[in-house]
Design a binder for this molecule. Structure first.
Ligand code: T1G
Length: 697
């Protein structure tokens, strides 16, 4: 008998129990154990019905992703599910936690499903570049119909038990906390009432109702906008459509063909890398998992601007009280008003209830007095990027906050050690770099200073998890990891336009790669005045910052979306960037002023110069120890800048391109332009020489 799946009988119910921590994933051992336990249950003449239940935190959460890419060992999951569905005895699945992917598919192979009200179900394979490959695309529509099946399978959404009941996916919801008791009660009911073996594959009413509808074309059209460049979402639609066009056995075959196409796609490799990278990044290299973590039960925020307000919402959303301090009542009122507006918008869209909004607003207190920070566990400074101002603030915090309070800065580029130097507690000072909009973007770039203690590092990583962010711990340098690489890309993007490319050509190369928006559309979103002010400050400080056509835009008041004109123009109420001939004229005049003869520039050159310069900079970041692993950089770019998860992140993508190819290009550009920008990273050269990958780091 397998030790991960056991069979026992209680009364006249045979109980099949899966116990394979952490999430009962369907490893080979579990699949084999499921077959063995089913066979025992079939032979057990005293068992009049069978119950499938899981130990631990959740019902089966899916196929064992760690097995992907390795030779599949029989029995495959689809055959396990088929054996369960063909059981001569009624089979009940009792679901708790998250029944996902192959887990839900296994439950759909059973004849009845009961779920705890706290449970959720889903088919999130699409998030791994796959599709449900064990009958989910054929069975779910037979219970929930075409529309709901397509929604669930193309988005991978988790559906709460009560909704699943309404959709027909589960047959009963139990308000208790004991999933086995819930399962036993339902199984006993099946026996006592003589309820039949009811195979999902035989259900036809939902298929008949939706046959011939054009819902599939509608989904394909909408996916063209939302799943730009992705492969598996479209295959999901094809698979579900087969349930309506083919008999069940042929539909299963069609699902299998499409699943194999997805499994063989480079996008599957990228998405699974992203899945594990996100989890690995939360385990800081060299930081013991037993490092003590301080309690963070109250938070102070300095600055009620866009960032401060967004940061505050993250804490209120998880029930942590927040005090926001501003200098002036007017700024405070404005900031609190924006928070309220954000919550009202979410409530209007049904994302939160009015009560949730009221509870969250009640957790946020405005103040003009720093003394209100004296008892908080964590303070996050979110004022504008000026070192002198930040140093003054931290000196003040140091004198007010209690011992053990963590003092964090949301700075996006500035030196954490210099900020910490104004306090008597540098070990309690850290960077917590949120990404705008802070209540939406999932990345939290935690920046360790040279004196930041392990406890504080562990605490801010735990805070990231608590506020549902993806935390990455990085080292202290100008721009840390994300913005340091972005800065290099920005230099190349600007140079490419100087040399003859149009802004929209550069942006299209980046959006075709899968970014949600290009370099210049991003400038318009952030505001061109932000970069202009920084350049002017540097020039006034005597730095040599060359003039740029972007400055001309700022000087003409073309600041981006907020003035409906920047690099692009915008129609009233629209964020859609429209190329503007006026800007092309400004750029042409600038080229003439600078004596630049413009030339045709290929998309390939744009891709190489925008992306390879970042890969080279990332190699420098790794060799300097600013990032511990290549996967940390992948996570920063996926969750901070929208780099497509289906390409695995810039490091995973570079390994797929080939570091030798990238190094040759870097050396070519270095030969033509020289300087630091393209100086080949020693690490890159070493990896190529050793035949290793960035992913090996
Ligand atoms: N396989 C292997 N390991 C998994 C796993 C899986 N499916 N899911 C989670 N883990 C590990 C994870 O790496 C971590 O490990 C630990 O469990 C806790 O996870 C045929 C082909 C279930 C909602 O896509 O969404 O079925 O770091 O930190 O935040 O059609 O994990 O502790 O060593 O995420 O509480 C479909 C993926 C697979 C579900 C729990 N299923 N997992 O979240 O914990 S494809 C999925 C999740 C499939 C079939 C197809 C989440 C979770 P470690 P965690 P969590």
């Amino acid at each position: 008998m397998s030790e991960v799946v056991t069979y026992s009988r209680e009364g006249n119910i045979g109980v099949i129990t899966v116990d394979y921590p952490p999430v009962n994933a369907l490893s080979h051992a579990v699949r084999s154990g499921l077959i063995a336990a089913l066979e025992q249950g079939q032979k057990d003449s005293d068992a009049k019905a069978l119950l499938l239940v899981c130990a631990g935190r959740t019902f089966i959460a899916g196929a064992d992703i760690r097995e992907f890419g390795k030779p599949m060992q029989e029995p495959g999951l689809a055959s396990v599910v088929e054996r369960y569905e063909n059981s001569g005895k009624p089979l009940v699945a009792a679901v708790h936690g998250t029944a996902l992917g192959g887990g839900l598919e296994t439950a759909l192979g059973c004849h009845y499903r009961v779920a705890l009200s706290s449970a959720k179900v889903g088919l999130p394979e699409v998030k791994l570049g796959l599709l449900p490959g064990a009958g989910g695309t054929q069975r779910l529509p037979r219970l929930a119909g075409a529309q709901k099946a397509l929604e669930m399978i193309t988005t991978g959404q988790f559906v709460p038990a009560k909704d699943a009941l309404g959709f027909g996916i589960v047959d009963a919801v139990d308000e208790g906390k004991d999933v086995k008791a819930a399962g036993m009660t339902f199984a006993q009911k099946v026996v006592d009432e003589g309820m039949p073996v009811r195979r999902v594959r035989d259900l036809t009413d939902k298929i008949a109702a939706d046959k011939g509808r054009d819902v599939f074309e509608q989904f394909r059209a909408s996916l063209k906008k939302t799943a730009h460049g992705q492969f598996s979402p479209f295959k999901c639609v094809d698979a579900v459509e087969a349930a309506f066009n083919l008999p069940f056995p042929e539909g299963l075959k069609r699902e299998r063909e499409l699943f194999v196409e997805c499994m063989n796609s480079p996008q599957r490799a990228g998405q699974i890398h992203s899945f594990f990278a996100e989890r690995e990044a939360s385990k800081v290299k060299g930081l013991s998992k037993d490092t003590p973590v301080r309690d963070v039960n109250s938070v102070g925020i300095i600055g009620a601007g866009t960032m401060g307000g967004g940061i505050a919402m993250n804490f209120a959303n998880v029930g942590i009280p927040v005090t926001i301090v501003e200098m002036k009542q007017e700024a405070l009122d404005k900031g609190l008003g924006i928070i309220r507006k954000n919550y009202e918008n979410s409530a209007k869209k049904g994302r939160i209830t009015q009560k949730q909004m009221d509870d969250r607003m009640a957790l946020i207190t405005g103040s003009l007095d720093y003394d209100d920070f004296k008892d908080v566990d964590l303070v996050i400074e979110a004022v504008f990027e000026n070192m002198a101002v930040k140093k003054e603030i931290f000196a003040k915090l140091d004198s007010i906050c209690k011992p053990g309070a963590i003092l964090a800065s949301n700075t996006s580029t500035l030196d954490i050690d210099e900020i910490a130097s104004t306090t008597q507690r540098p070990e309690d000072v850290v960077g917590m770099h949120f990404f705008s909009p802070a209540n939406v973007m999932r990345l939290l770039e935690n920046v360790r200073g040279s004196k930041t203690s392990d406890e504080v590092k562990a605490t801010v990583m735990a805070v990231a998890k608590k506020i549902k962010k993806v935390g990455v711990l990085v080292g202290n340098c100008h721009g840390f990891v994300g913005n340091r690489m972005l800065h290099k890309r920005g230099i190349e993007a600007m140079a490419l336009v100087d040399e003859g490319a149009k802004p929209q050509q550069v942006d299209k190369v980046l959006t075709d790669l899968g970014y949600p928006m290009g370099q210049f559309a991003m400038s318009d979103l952030a505001g061109i005045d932000v970069g202009y002010r920084i350049s002017e400050e540097l020039r006034n400080a005597g730095e040599n910052v060359p003039p740029s056509w972007m400055d001309k835009l700022a000087e003409q008041g073309r600041l981006g979306q907020k003035t409906m004109a920047g690099v692009y123009k915008y129609e009233e109420g629209s964020r859609n960037p429209i190329p503007d001939p006026e800007v092309e004229r400004i750029i042409e005049d600038f080229r003439k002023e600078q004596g630049i003869a413009s030339r045709e520039i290929t998309d390939q050159e744009i891709l190489e110069r925008c992306m390879y310069v970042m890969v080279n900079e990332a190699a420098k970041i790794l060799e300097e120890g600013i990032a511990d692993r290549a996967l940390d950089i992948d996570v920063v770019w996926i969750y901070g800048y929208g780099f497509p998860a289906y390409r695995g992140g810039p490091m995973f993508w570079a390994d797929q391109i080939g570091l030798d190819v990238i190094l040759a290009a870097v050396e070519k550009y270095h030969a033509s332009v020289g300087g630091e920008q393209w100086k080949p990273a020693s690490l890159l050269k070493q990896l190529v020489a050793d035949g290793r990958k960035l992913g090996d780091l």
